[in-house]
Design a protein around this ligand. Structure first.
Ligand code: ZN
Length: 87
């Protein structure tokens, strides 16, 4: 799942949340957010325009924070939780 900016309205959209991305991407067409592709914003997260975010467009056309996404697995390991006890 990646973020991209809608070609039509420049809304920040998730590739998994719209029908307007992959089929269009494959055909080299403009990529659309759910509102432009389906007529209705999906509501899974607030619609924001690219200029209202700090995202930058990466080489592959998707969006990322300045400096890129944190590397996968860079989060510190979670301490193991002891079994629930004392009941
Ligand atoms: Zn749009």
């Amino acid at each position: 799942m990646s973020l991209f900016a809608c070609t039509k309205c420049s809304a920040v959209e998730n590739t998994a949340c719209t029908t307007g991305y992959w089929p269009h991407k494959m055909d080299d067409k403009p990529v659309l957010c759910s509102e432009c592709a389906d007529g209705k914003w999906h509501g899974l997260f607030p619609k924001r325009l690219l200029k209202d975010t700090h995202y930058v467009v990466a080489k592959n056309g998707t969006l990322e924070p300045p400096g890129g996404w944190p590397a996968v697995g860079s989060a510190p390991p979670q301490p193991e939780k002891p079994d629930v006890q004392g009941r």
